[in-house]
Design a protein around this ligand. Structure first.
Ligand code: PMP
Length: 405
C-alpha cells in the first residue's frame, strides 16, 4: 500500500519543518491524482449544465453525471441507478430522509431508535423531526470502554409497536467500532421498521453492499473516500422513494409547473432540485474507480491492521486511556493522555508535522456517556504506514515527557 502514496501529491510535504503525517482521515481523506485530473479534465473539456441543454457539451456533462450515478449504484450494489440520489454529503442525505420520508410517515407517539454512538448528523435531524411531529427518540446503549453496541436490549426496544425508524452508523467515527449492520437491519425488517445506515466512515473503507446489508436508506460522503468535498450519496430503496415527497423545490425536479401547482419527476431527480454538483460527481466516479482498482477488502484489511498496530503501541504508553473495541476495529483510534488536554496533544503533534484531531468529534452525547469532554483521535487510510504510527508514538512520548507524565 505504501507505493500508493505517490498517487497523493499532498502527502509529499513538510509541515512545520517535519514530514507530514496525515492521521485525520476520518474528518476527510486526501485525493489521488486520478481524482484531481478527472476534475480538471471535466472542466477543461466537458463543462456545461446537465439535463437542460441540447448542445454537445451539455450532452457530455449529462452523460458524465448520470454515468457517475451508475457507478455509485455498482459501487454499493444498488438494484438500480434510480435508487441513487446525489447530495452534498452524509448530513444532507439524512436530513433529506427526515424531511421527506419522516415528515410523511411519522406522527405523534411514534419512536425513532438511534444509538448512543451516533454523529450529530444522525441525531439532530431526528430531533428536529421529532419536535415537528411529536415523535420520540430512544437510544440503543453503548457498552463502557469497549465501545460496542449493547445488543442485549435491542429486541425489547424494537418490539415496541411505536418504533418506525432505526438509524445507526456502520462505523463509529470516535470509537472505531464496526457495527453488525446486516443483523441490525434484519431485526428491524422483521418488525417492518425502516432502517437508515450512516456509512460516512465505512464507504470507501470496506465493501458496502446495500443488498447484503438489507437497509432501506444509506448515506455517505465523497470527501471521506478520496472524492471531492460537496458531493455525497443517499441510497433509498426504490419502493420507498416513489412515495416520498420532494425535499426541495426548484428546477430540474419537476415534470410540469403551473402558477398554483406542480408535478414532480420520478426518483432520483425528484430529490435533486436545482443545478446538481455534477463536476464533483465526476470526481467521485474517478475516486470509486481508483478505490475499486485497489480493492475494498484490501483497504479494510490495511485499515484494520494499522489500527490494531496503533492500538497495541498506544496501549503500552503509561497513563493513556484508549476508547473503543480492543479488536475488530476500523482505522480510528481515540485516546486521552493523563494530565494533557486533547487539544494540547493535537497542537503539539501539529508542530511535529502530525495531523490529529482533538475534540468531541460531533459525538457530544457519546462523550458525556464516556465521561469526557473530548478525545484525541488518529484515523488511518490505506496510504498510512506503520512508520507513521511509530512517528505518532514518538511524538506522544515526547508530549508526555513535556507535560511531566
Ligand atoms: N456520520 C459520521 C459517522 C461521520 O463521521 C461524519 C463526518 N465526520 C458524518 C456523519 C457527517 O458527514 P458530512 O459532514 O460529510 O456530511
Amino acid at each position: 500500500m505504501e507505493s500508493l502514496r505517490k498517487d497523493f501529491p499532498i502527502l509529499d510535504q513538510q509541515v512545520h519543518g517535519h514530514p507530514l503525517v496525515y492521521l485525520d482521515n476520518a474528518a476527510t481523506s486526501q485525493k489521488p491524482r486520478a481524482v484531481i485530473e478527472a476534475l480538471s479534465r471535466f472542466y477543461e473539456n466537458d463543462n456545461a449544465n446537465v439535463h437542460r441543454g441540447i448542445h454537445e457539451l451539455s450532452r457530455r456533462a449529462t452523460e458524465a453525471f448520470e454515468g457517475a450515478r451508475d457507478r455509485v449504484a455498482k459501487f454499493i450494489n444498488a438494484r438500480a441507478s434510480s435508487e441513487i440520489i446525489f447530495t452534498r454529503g452524509t448530513t444532507e442525505g439524512i436530513n433529506l430522509v427526515a424531511n421527506t420520508w419522516g415528515v410523511k410517515n411519522l406522527k405523534a407517539g411514534d419512536t425513532i431508535v438511534l444509538t448512543e454512538m451516533e454523529h450529530h448528523s444522525n441525531i439532530v435531524p431526528w430531533q428536529l423531526l421529532a419536535a415537528r411531529c411529536g415523535a420520540k427518540l430512544a437510544y440503543l446503549p453503548v457498552t463502557g470502554d469497549d465501545g460496542l453496541l449493547d445488543l442485549s436490549g435491542l429486541d425489547g426496544l424494537l418490539h415496541d409497536q411505536s418504533v418506525k425508524l432505526f438509524a445507526f452508523t456502520h462505523v463509529s467515527n470516535t470509537l472505531g467500532t464496526i457495527n453488525p449492520v446486516a443483523e441490525l437491519c434484519a431485526k428491524a425488517r422483521r418488525r417492518n421498521i425502516i432502517t437508515l445506515v450512516d456509512a460516512a466512515q465505512s464507504a470507501g473503507h470496506r465493501p458496502v453492499d446495500v443488498q447484503e446489508i438489507g437497509c432501506d436508506f444509506l448515506a455517505f460522503s465523497g470527501h471521506k473516500m478520496c472524492g471531492p468535498s460537496g458531493i455525497g450519496v443517499l441510497y433509498g430503496r426504490h419502493e420507498l422513494l416513489g412515495d416520498m415527497p420532494p425535499f426541495q423545490g426548484g428546477g430540474d425536479m419537476i415534470a410540469n409547473v403551473d402558477f398554483f401547482a406542480s408535478t414532480w419527476k420520478d426518483a432520483p431527480h425528484k430529490f435533486e432540485a436545482g443545478t446538481p454538483n455534477f463536476a464533483d460527481a465526476v470526481g467521485l466516479h474517478a475516486a470509486m474507480d481508483y478505490l475499486a482498482a485497489i480493492g475494498l477488502d484490501k483497504i479494510a484489511r490495511h485499515d484494520q491492521e494499522l489500527s490494531a498496530y496503533a492500538y497495541e503501541r498506544l496501549s503500552r504508553l503509561r497513563g493513556i486511556r484508549l476508547f473503543g473495541p480492543k479488536k475488530e476495529r476500523s482505522g480510528v483510534v481515540s485516546f486521552l493522555l493523563n494530565n494533557v488536554h486533547a487539544h494540547d496533544v493535537v497542537t503539539v503533534a501539529d508542530q511535529r508535522g502530525v495531523a490529529l484531531r482533538g475534540g468531541h468529534h460531533c459525538n457530544q452525547p457519546l462523550m458525556k456517556k464516556l465521561g469526557v469532554e473530548s478525545t484525541a483521535r488518529a484515523s488511518f487510510y490505506f496510504y498510512n504506514t506503520a512508520g507513521e504510527v511509530d512517528r505518532l508514538i514518538e511524538v506522544l512520548t515526547e508530549i508526555q515527557k513535556f507535560f511531566g507524565e
